[in-house]
Design a protein around this ligand. Sequence first.
Ligand SMILES: Nc1ncnc2c1ncn2[C@@H]1O[C@H](COP(=O)(O)OP(=O)(O)OP(=O)(O)O)[C@@H](O)[C@H]1O
Length: 388
Amino acid sequence: MWELITIPLLTGAAALCFGKTTFSEEHRIVQQLFEQYHISVKDGKEHRYPKLVRECKSTKRIKLIYHTPLALEEKTLRTLQQVLSVTLNQEVNVSFKKWLIIEISKHKMPSYVSYQDVPYRKGWMVPLGKNHQGWQFHHFDHTPHTTISGTTRFGKTVMMKVMMTYLIEHHPWNAQFIIIDLKGGLEFDRYKNLQQVKWVASNPKEALYVLEQVQKDMKERMERFKHQGWSNIVDTPLSQRLFILIDEAAQLMPEKFMEKEEKKHLAHCQSILSEIARIGGALGVRLVYGTQYPTSNVLNGSIKQNADLKISFRLGSDYASKVAIDAYGAETLPSDIKGRALIKTHEVKEVQVPYLNHEEIWKRIGGYEIAKQTVMPNETGEDYVHLG
Ligand SMILES: Nc1ncnc2c1ncn2[C@@H]1O[C@H](COP(=O)(O)OP(=O)(O)OP(=O)(O)O)[C@@H](O)[C@H]1O
């Protein structure tokens, strides 16, 4: 039995109805699932199931539209989507907007896509992945901040490297990066030699130092914006953007067992990150905030509210999925396919993220490696290279 939310007014239903007498095999399977999963309302002794009012078929997909006496809860929709995808072995999308809409794509979701096949896009775009609708891109000037969640080994770091490689390939003189790699600094160590990379912080102390520099520079930039009468970098002649990639944001969370000083340190990092999330976007700073542990602490209010793109690879529970992307579904992503993700903006889409290995990355961007002196921050921060 589904849970009740609202009773939609089904005015105009007649206008959508077709006098169909023969139904597709897909509709027959959907009906069986309604019965099997008790997607019905009891009316006396009778069970009332969603009723098919329209069926549209094309060479690419089948769209089934049902009239339901009551709205369906998101969890019910996700279950239906998952079971139908497995039963039909096709890509299925289930949504509810006054009508229950089931779209079945005739194309299968790719289980692997290569970075080499990613098409070119102009502007501050990065590829997120491919599905039956084609390549899905993200525009960092439209939506400056993003979160990436996912259980270990499903593709968060690869996705960050895909973003970085694409940005460097397409904006070699204007993309700048600060990498906060708190997984021992191993993943991004070589990146510190790239001319576009200002800093690779590999521990919380370095992270705080570099975030303080960003905060200082944001203040200066704010004054300049006020002076020029600018409100957003996208409307200015400034062509550089600063990307702050954080690989394992949970490492920046203060914990009970920590020393007082360490807790203070991390709380300061958190407050700067919140400030960047709130005001950095307009000033040209873009946050990519990755974590294995999407809890309400790690994805705190201002990070989540200001990250209008939320990405999630497979997660362990529906609760974690809800925290990560404000929707269920990441818990039902296939456990045997790496790089499969849900991307959430105003709607949720499933994609296969392009894969890019180490050799390919350095073949593409290795030419930007320069000999840099590794300097440890001093007290005054004078060794820091300022933002453009
Ligand atoms: N898009 C992809 N397509 C195919 N395989 C992938 C993809 N992304 C990741 N993989 C495979 O999964 C492995 C783990 O990926 P990655 O290092 O990105 O995981 P992670 O989520 O960052 O893990 P952790 O949180 O433990 O660091 C990669 O080494 C690669 O073999």
